[in-house]
Write a protein that binds this ligand. Structure first.
Ligand code: SPV
Ligand code: MG
Length: 437
């Protein structure tokens, strides 16, 4: 693809953090021809890396204005190959750092396709000392702003087939969710955000899950999580209380950068939904719950905060049709998403709900909490129509048996030597927390 006499040089990039390495590769590209930047979209980036701080449009504006860039086009896939076939550049330019690591396979594919197209691969020495992944890490340790964090959930819902949320009840559990990454054949797996659970918040304080822990106390714990993480947070708002109280909750959560609150349509003394069947849980009248949702929507100050209505019909023994009727009313009242809950092991009721709901609402996000029907994978639940999966209590449930085992081992041995293999080394815990070194 020659334009005039100048060759076209393709340069793929994320363009979230501009550093000397990027300027260097653009000027190298310019020496060979005109630089066509393939700017990775949020969807492309999310296949392997965390979501960029800036939106695609913001990044495009910045890159277009860098000297030496002729044109910016969207690269919709992590792989360069589809765009190389589409734009047929004379050459692609890349830092030689892709000879190892995540991009190694990508490099082989690029060489193959450029050979086929009769083009060239220009590799330039990697700019030592600037590594955008390391810079991203550094940015992460600086933190985020409430506004950026708040918006991230909607961005993730838009681009990911399934948004993966894990319960956090402390700074320490939040840190695991923030940093843990597992590389699999289909890319990098990590958690997209955190669930502030009423069950685990109260259990960690030795209290029952009956709205006994007040909002102020829950927010104090949340502050610890906010201080050491950047990922979005979904807050378990229990029943939301009275509409007059709920409007304050909404504003408080927004101010703290929480992305969404989920409120459930139960009334009376709230009991945890996964409790035995001995207590019949009472549901709110539909108009009353709708009023609460609308009051919350009117109170919010940002456009991105989400109020998600949680349907307790299946928990309370009502049929899928009752849940559908409620979902319809709650959406009309302004709910930004629906969480459907059940403790039925087969998952059949949830599947039926999702499928019927999706015939009418193609885009309203569905949130699932598959604690009891946990035999289904995220991919299977996405096929049912779900957008967000919450692992609602696993960090807390994992910690209790671990602590119990250590305590028991000390009692049995009358010393702590035998607990060494059960515990994290002291050095490691000291190094785990940023700023401790
Ligand atoms: C929680 O985590 O507190 C929830 C989800 O509300 S559940 O415990 O399944 O009801
Ligand atoms: Mg709860």
């Amino acid at each position: 693809m020659e334009q005039g006499t100048q060759k076209v040089i393709y340069l793929g990039m994320r363009g979230d953090i501009i550093h000397p390495g990027i300027i260097n590769i653009i000027s190298e590209g310019e020496k060979h021809g005109q630089v066509l930047v393939g700017l990775l979209t949020d969807t492309a980036i999310a296949q392997h890396k965390r979501l960029p701080y800036l939106s695609y449009e913001q990044r495009k504006k910045v890159i277009e204005n860098i000297k030496g860039v002729s044109r910016v086009v969207a690269q919709e896939e992590w792989s360069y190959v589809p765009n190389l076939r589409k734009y047929k550049p004379d050459a692609i330019i890349h830092g030689d750092d892709w000879k190892s690591g995540l991009l190694q396979k990508e490099r082989e594919d690029v060489f193959a396709v450029m050979k086929e197209l009769g083009g060239e691969v220009i590799e330039i020495p990697y700019t030592v000392g600037v590594d955008s992944s390391a810079l991203n890490e550094a940015m992460r340790s600086i933190g985020t702003t409430p506004n950026v964090r708040l918006k991230t959930l909607r961005r993730l819902i838009d681009i990911k087939p399934m948004v993966r949320i894990m319960e956090a009840h402390s700074g320490l559990s939040g840190l695991i969710i923030e940093h843990l990454e597992v590389t699999k054949a289909d890319g990098l797996h990590s958690f997209d955000g955190m669930w502030s659970s009423s069950l685990t918040d109260s259990a960690s304080k030795g209290k029952p899950d009956i709205e006994a822990v007040d909002l102020t106390t829950r927010l104090q714990d949340l502050t610890n999580i906010l201080e050491c993480t950047t990922k979005p947070i979904i807050f378990d708002g229990d029943t939301g209380g009275k509409p007059e109280h709920f409007v304050f909750t909404v504003r408080t959560l927004e101010r703290n950068g929480v992305s969404a609150v989920i409120i459930e349509d139960k009334i009376g003394l709230k009991k945890n939904s996964l409790f035995g069947t001995d207590v019949r849980q009472e549901l709110s009248l539909i108009p009353e719950f709708c009023d609460k949702i609308s009051a919350g929507k009117r109170a919010q100050v940002t456009k991105d905060f989400m109020i998600i209505a949680r349907l307790e019909s299946l928990i309370a023994g009502y049929p899928v049709s009752d849940a559908l009727e409620r979902a319809k009313a709650y959406i009309a009242a302004g709910a930004d998403g629906i969480m459907i809950h059940s403790k039925e092991k087969s998952g059949a009721d949830i599947k039926a709900f999702c499928e019927q709901f999706r015939t009418e609402y193609t885009h309203v996000p569905i949130v699932l909490v598959p604690t009891t029907y946990n035999q289904f994978t995220e991919k299977e639940l996405a096929l049912w129509g779900a957008n967000i999966i919450i692992y609602a209590n696993h960090m807390l449930r994992a910690s209790y048996p671990a602590m119990l085992n250590v305590a028991k081992t000390i009692l049995e041995n009358e010393r702590s030597l035998e607990t060494d293999p059960l515990c994290m080394p002291i050095k490691q815990i000291l190094e785990l927390i940023p700023g401790g070194k």
